[in-house]
Write a protein that binds this ligand. Structure first.
Ligand SMILES: [Zn+2]
Length: 170
């Protein structure tokens, strides 16, 4: 993903997940005259037989889009709510090492809801599935408030594709 998409008020269109598009989409927006380019990538040029263009690093919608202040119940958002901490042993996890654990297992009728989903490291998830030991998450799972989750997302930091993104994400 190459390009940060800002709303007409210069705020990201979305933070959960972050509104970023790939260069093809950024150029499509440009051709359709829906955006203004705020920043360009320094040395990134794409071309076809007939044209060439630099790739925008940040684009801004010309028409204000009403932001959606809602979040999906997703694995990543559960990890974010739990601040990437295994709720059974307290170890720090990443998107690669975390698993979404159903507190009440699916096999016993547990649903994939905010209230039944927690963050577990792989060893804990495995031990829990094998019924070894007692398992109760440190934090009772809950549906977070949108802005709390946004704060946690900002605290984790974003992976900038261009240094100028910092001006809009900090
Ligand atoms: Zn664990």
């Amino acid at each position: 993903m190459s390009t940060l998409l800002l709303n007409a008020d210069m705020q990201p269109v979305s933070l959960l997940p972050l509104s970023v598009v790939d260069w093809q989409e950024a150029i499509r927006y440009l051709v359709l005259d829906k955006i203004e380019v705020v920043e360009w990538h320094d040395d990134w040029i794409v071309h076809s037989a007939n044209w060439e263009t630099r790739v925008p690093a940040i684009i801004m919608l010309k028409d204000y889009q009403k932001p959606k202040h809602t979040m999906r119940m997703s694995k990543r958002n559960v990890f974010l709510r739990d601040q990437y901490t295994c709720q059974y042993c307290g170890t720090t996890v990443t998107d690669q090492t975390a698993t979404l654990d159903h507190v009440l297992p699916v096999s016993k009728g547990g649903k994939t809801t905010w209230e039944n989903s927690t963050t577990a490291c792989k060893p804990c998830n495995y031990r829990k599935a094998a019924h070894v030991g007692k398992f109760k998450p440190k934090l009772t799972p809950y549906k977070p408030h949108f802005w709390d989750l946004v704060e946690k997302r900002k605290k984790r930091g974003f992976h900038y594709q261009h240094s100028s993104w910092a001006n809009y994400l900090e």
